[in-house]
Design a protein. Structure first.
Length: 277
């Protein structure tokens, strides 16, 4: 299993000299295992992933295939989809999976994103073969040799966390979720024994307590506690605050390491390789 980070920021893309080291694109993580490619969220980081996929394709093997797992449809998690180059190629087969939001179906939500006058190309004009499926918390399904499980997180309008298992390895993606007074039992069950836990760590404890309760995001302290309780091998701080400089992100990483030794802050371009168990 190989995990690559294409976008690690939360809320809004934040380019600039103070964020260039960690990266300013919003949520997008690629997970490759066996012959399957998963994409976790379609933030602005998806554009770079799409360009890389197109560059890797060639005349002998032009076909591209991926399963896109959407945590939810807030803007920073879908903004890259209209700029995903492979979506305009007939050689691309894209399976989009996401949860119900209680207002619109997933297909209609994504279609509305690409409508006049805010975007010049309609969703139904994309040339790729695209299927859209809705899942709910507790569902599990197979993608080739991989198993995917979904669990409910705690975020306005709803959110899903995912666990991907393949080749004896596992990664859990739990972003845009707010911790409870204790460890979230659903996320604890989802993350138990995982090799990698990617967890929303947008706020400091002080930020959270003073002004951000109820906003649907968490802290590195809660992430460290979840990582310990679940017995994961690596905890990745994710969904960095757009105002957080590279230096400040690294400071939070150091604090997290004091609480849980296997802590790392996600950075664009960072890769984690896991050998078959």
């Amino acid at each position: 299993m190989r995990i690559r980070f294409w976008g690690v920021r939360g809320s809004i893309a934040s380019p600039g000299p103070e964020t260039a080291g960690v990266g300013g694109n919003t949520s997008c993580v690629e997970v490759s295992c066996e012959n399957e490619r998963f994409i976790l969220d379609a933030g602005t980081g998806l554009r770079g992933l799409g360009d890389a996929m197109l560059a890797q394709s060639n005349d002998r093997a032009p076909a591209m295939e991926a399963t896109l797992l959407l945590s939810h449809v807030h803007w920073d998690h879908i903004q890259g989809l209209p700029f995903f180059g492979p979506a305009y190629s007939p050689d691309m087969k894209l399976r989009i999976v996401g949860g119900k939001n209680g207002k619109l179906g997933l297909r209609e939500t994504l279609a509305r994103q690409m409508t006049d006058p805010v975007f010049p190309v309609r969703h139904d004009e994309l040339r790729a073969s695209i299927s859209i499926e809705e899942v709910q918390a507790g569902d599990a399904f197979r993608v080739g040799d991989a198993t995917v499980r979904a669990a409910r997180g705690n975020h306005p309008n709803g959110v899903l966390a995912y666990r991907i298992e393949c080749g004896g390895r596992s990664v859990v993606y739990a972003t845009d979720t707010e911790h409870f007074a204790g460890t979230d039992p659903q996320l604890l069950d989802l993350a138990r024994g995982a090799d990698v836990l990617i967890y929303d760590s947008q706020y400091t404890e002080n930020e959270y307590r003073t002004s951000r309760m109820g906003w649907g995001h968490s802290t590195y302290v809660a992430g460290s506690e979840l990582a310990k309780a679940a017995g994961v091998a690596q905890y990745i701080l994710f969904h960095h605050d757009p105002r957080r400089s590279d230096e400040q992100v690294l400071e939070l990483e150091a604090r997290a390491c004091e609480l849980f030794e296997g802590s790392r802050a996600a950075r664009e371009g960072m890769e984690i390789a896991l050998d078959r168990a």
